[in-house]
Design a protein around this ligand. Structure first.
Ligand SMILES: NC(=O)c1ccc[n+]([C@@H]2O[C@H](COP(=O)([O-])OP(=O)(O)OC[C@H]3O[C@@H](n4cnc5c(N)ncnc54)[C@H](O)[C@@H]3O)[C@@H](O)[C@H]2O)c1
Length: 259
């Protein structure tokens, strides 16, 4: 028995990184998965790797039209949608607010925040028409605390944490649970030097984590799987953190002459 037997999921931003790890794990657990992304070559290759239980759709999360098409494709080719993972996201390199242009700020809002809102608008009606289900919103530890230089990113990750709670309240009596996931630093393209003006932030971030390392995409996928599955049937409107202990407090044994 798979933990998602018979379910149908749509994962935005699923062509690589955490979304791809979720797609692989979901299919292993008996789910049929529609991967949506703007990285068409990577997304199509992943769907081919996953076989008959997966499809790929070009889905720019800022486009209402793309969302309508993707939700319709899922229903037509895979069956009634009952899981939505709002995972697509972008994170520009750190810059103070005064160096952040309005265009750059709004670009992040468009993908991370508006993309999650549009995704919910597209999937909620078919989920209500079907058997209900689970929506998992990928926020960040940066949706719970601030990070220097990430004004747009942090603002959007706080915003989707709030949106999660509103959706959970609106959908609770319609059989749809909605929860947010808050990963700490995860070893994906988002942390590679190309995404940070050539700076390699990974070793410094790993050292600052109480667990002393970055997270792996599969470790987030396991949490998302729990929330997508019926094992989490009494969880809604809640925040689920997987951050190597980061939000527990500053990791500073050296201040006490240790470590
Ligand atoms: N990596 C981290 O340290 C970290 C930490 C906390 C939260 N997150 C969040 O996890 C999620 C997944 O990120 P990741 O770490 O796998 O990074 P990633 O860059 O590998 O994955 C992000 C995916 O989103 C897709 N995407 C970007 N813009 C899109 C658009 N307009 N429409 C559709 N898809 C789009 C990308 O093509 C990519 O496949 C993001 O929401 C990110 O903010 C990441």
């Amino acid at each position: 028995m798979g933990r998602l037997d018979g379910k149908v999921a749509l994962i935005s931003g699923g062509a690589r990184g955490q979304g791809a790890a979720e797609a692989r794990l979901f299919v292993e657990e008996g789910c049929r998965v529609l991967v949506g992304d703007v990285l068409d070559a990577e997304g199509a290759a992943l769907a081919e790797e996953l076989g008959r239980d997966a499809r790929y759709a070009h889905l720019d999360v800022t486009s209402e039209h793309d969302w309508t098409e993707a939700a319709a494709l899922a229903g037509r080719e895979l069956g009634a949608l009952n899981v939505f993972v709002s995972n697509a996201g972008i994170s520009p390199p750190a810059e103070p607010i005064t160096n952040t242009s309005l265009d750059d700020y709004l670009r992040v809002v468009g993908v991370n925040q508006v993309g999650t809102f549009l995704g919910m608008k597209a999937v909620i009606p078919p989920m209500i028409d079907g058997e209900g289900g689970s929506i998992v919103v990928i926020s960040s530890a940066g949706g719970i605390e601030g990070t220097w230089g990430l004004s747009a990113y942090v603002s959007t990750k706080f915003a989707v944490r709030g949106l999660t709670k509103v959706a959970a309240l609106e959908l609770a009596r319609q059989g749809i649970r909605v929860n947010s996931v808050h990963p700490g630093p995860i070893d994906t393209a988002m942390l590679e030097p190309e995404a940070w003006h050539g700076l390699d932030v990974r070793a410094g971030m790993a050292a600052a984590m109480p667990l002393g390392r970055l997270g792996e995409p599969r470790e987030i996928a396991e949490l998302v799987l729990f929330l997508a599955s019926d094992a989490s049937s009494y969880c809604t409107g809640a925040e689920f953190v997987a951050d190597g202990g980061h939000l527990a407090g500053p990791f500073a044994p050296h201040l006490h002459g240790r470590g």
